[in-house]
Design a protein around this ligand. Structure first.
Ligand code: GLV
Ligand code: MN
Ligand code: MN
Length: 417
């Protein structure tokens, strides 16, 4: 393994590059980098320079993901895929996803001198649209790579009414070729992703790194509640069908029903009213519901409870409602061997136990799990602040994480021997 100063330098480079990438944004005073945007193209150009610098051959695939490859001992052997995503939510932090891509590049730099001894090639991927910030549906890039593209997605639109099909063309991608982004399962020896925890558990247990056992199942809905827009002065309470009040009760029901369950969290992250005037009773409300759970059946049971509750609210208030599912991902279990080697890599470097944990946040590994075994290493995320500009990770933890990830790949190479 390279000497400590090399890992120190690499960790410093990663932190500096996270700062550099934060400047590629469409948002004044904050970070926002969405799928198929000008920032996507610019960041792919920059990251492909960084990949080539460590010896990777690079290409952008038919879904806009940036890829790199380095041969191992046998150029025909499958590759271990390392990576994460470069897109962000609105007003994001600078480490979610980005850190995993930059760590993957540094792992390749560390292993390059011995790459001809490895029984697998090393591939790095920078996925796009893990977050679903532009079109509502998440994991588009990794779903394309997993060969799970859903043709219904072409008609999804962004907030300006641009369809995904049009956005592909404007970016210079051919929608007819998206299937070519799929990777054959036989071409992969596994997928390994490093990511900040996006929760406080490692921080609270004073551990720098953790082993992910599974990734939460998720469902997202767009809910429309229809009432009647009426004069705010002239309409008596008994004559109102106020869509916002129905939506407010529905929002509280999401919290109440999720809190009653272990390991289920539900969030209403967006709420809009129409016509949205100060002197008009809202005639329509639109809200989003994001549900996560360790197990798919608990998540689905809670959604059935929420639906029954909204039926009751709508019946009582004289409202109509409907829901469209905009994202669904089953829980994904990390591969047993990859969990073992991540644990061994952490124990080699981080001194002490390697806590195991399930991920409440979604990750590209969920989609890639359809074609190969996946493993994840979490880094301590102070206070668990994520999807927020104050998101952070320490330089020391990045260095430890990098050593652990490099050791993980070496353990896997020995296992595969
Ligand atoms: C992605 O970060 C998600 O879990 O929403
Ligand atoms: Mn995220
Ligand atoms: Mn992420």
């Amino acid at each position: 393994m390279p000497q400590t100063p090399a890992f120190q330098d690499a960790a410093r480079r990663i932190m500096a590059r996270c700062d550099e990438l934060a400047r590629y944004t469409s948002m004044e005073g904050g970070i926002e980098r969405v799928y198929l945007s000008p920032e996507h193209a610019r960041v792919n150009r920059l990251a492909s320079r960084w990949m080539r610098e460590v010896g990777l051959d690079t290409w952008q695939d038919e879904a806009g993901n940036l890829n790199g490859h380095l041969d191992g001992k046998d150029p025909e052997a499958p590759s271990l895929l390392l990576g994460s995503h470069l897109d962000s939510v609105r007003d994001a932090g600078r480490y979610d996803g980005i850190l995993g891509v930059l760590m993957a590049i540094e792992v390749v730099r560390a292993l390059k001198p011995r790459s001809k001894d490895l029984r697998f090639g090393l591939d790095v991927v920078a996925f796009w649209d893990e977050e679903g910030a532009r079109f509502g549906t998440a994991l588009l890039g990794s779903s394309a790579m997993a060969g799970q593209w859903n043709p219904a997605w072409w008609d999804l639109t962004d907030e300006h009414g641009t369809s995904l099909r049009t956005a592909f063309r404007e970016f210079g991608l051919d929608p007819g070729r998206v299937a070519a982004a799929a990777r054959r399962p036989e071409s992969l020896a596994g997928y390994l992703e490093a990511h900040i925890e996006q929760g406080p558990d490692l921080d609270r247990s004073n551990a720098p790194l953790g082993v992910v056992t599974s990734i939460a199942s998720a469902r997202r809905f767009s809910v429309q509640i229809l009432g009647e827009a009426r004069h705010a002065g002239g309409t008596r309470y008994e004559d109102r069908h106020d869509a916002l009040l129905g939506a407010s009760e529905a929002t509280l029901a999401v919290e109440r029903l999720c809190r009653a369950e272990h390991h289920i969290v539900g969030t209403v992250g967006r709420l809009e009213t129409f016509p949205g005037a100060v002197n008009v009773v809202p005639g329509e409300a639109r809200l989003t519901v994001d549900l996560r759970g360790e197990h798919d059946d608990d998540r689905d049971r809670v959604w059935a409870d929420i639906s029954r509750s909204i039926d009751e609210i709508a019946g009582r208030r004289g409202l109509r409602w409907n829901a469209t599912q905009i994202h669904e991902a089953p829980a994904v279990w990390c591969d047993g061997l990859l969990q073992d080697v991540v644990r061994a890599g952490i124990e080699d470097t981080a001194r002490g136990e390697a806590p195991s944990m399930f991920s409440r946040a979604g990750h590209d590994a969920m989609a890639i799990g359809a074609i190969t075994g996946v493993g994840m290493l979490f880094l301590r995320n102070p206070d668990g602040i994520s999807h927020h500009p104050d998101e952070s990770v320490s330089l020391a933890d990045v260095e430890t994480g990098l050593r652990a990830m490099t050791a993980t790949v070496e353990h896997l190479a020995r296992e595969a021997a």
